[in-house]
Ligand binder design. Sequence first.
Ligand code: 13P
Ligand code: SF4
Length: 322
Amino acid sequence: MTAIQITRAADVLPEEEVAALQPTIDAIDRLKRERNAIVAAHNYMTPDIYHLAADITGDSLALAYLALETEAEVIVLAGVHFMAETAKLIAPEKTVLIPDLEAGCSLADGITGADIRRLREQYPGVPVVSYVNTSADVKAESDITCTSSNAVAVVESLGVNRVIFTPDQFLGSWVASQTDVDVILWEGSCMVHDKFTGQEIRDYKAQSGSLPVIAHPESPPDVLAEADYVGSTHGMISWVTRNQPEKVMMITECSMADNVAEATPNTTYVRPCNLCPHMKRITLDKIRRSLETMTYQVEIPEQVAERARLAVTRMLEVGRQD
Ligand code: 13P
Ligand code: SF4
């Protein structure tokens, strides 16, 4: 374990815990060197993974760009399956590993490629924008993908007055509120963010006094109506770093506040957070095992990958908006 890793973890993990994790971290570091591998971790990973094992951390879009840019031969995706699939679409020549095959996403599981084909029949000629939180099959049937950090820019990049947006209805309705483009919604939602309610946020505000609220756009509209800033996990981190509030209410998955606390020591987080059980399947031990055994390798049938890659590449050309 390097001095930098230890310093990063110092504010969020007790010294004894870091010492106990040392053999696992040392094994991961050694395996990364032997395999020419990197660990790419989503912002929702637990602080031990985020601070001690990750070579890069970020939101879905940052992890996609990383796949495009890294020189490593192996990417261990500490996140959920659709993120690993996206990395494999972008970098088919690399080995992409997901440490637990069951680390899925209930939002992504709520729509299939056949659903997209049916939507196209229902709305002939209307382009389909699919959130990156979808399977490769769904991406293959879509015109373009987006993430929460570029959804409005992606929709507007098409130059049309109507789009079909799948599968997250709340992200879709937030996009609709930010653009003149007419958005046809699919009724999916994220089991982590759809639990928040506007009333809950108002109750927190009543207890904590006036404080800024930042929220992920997968949250319901009555929650977003209470927010001073709406953005991706990356966007929320940037907002806090830029504004350095004394206190902020962050509405998203629970690990986020733990992870950004180290970079924003002057800010206290009020967090009506929910845990993502899918993200939480990834552990340090599973990352070590993944590197030892080179499992589980993500593979996508070429006829699906070819079309899905087009939708993802179009998104990367639009870039980031937050
Ligand atoms: P971000 O792209 O904002 O990190 O979101 C990914 C996700 O799964 C949120 O639930
Ligand atoms: Fe899927 Fe929601 Fe978990 Fe993100 S937080 S991986 S959208 S279930």
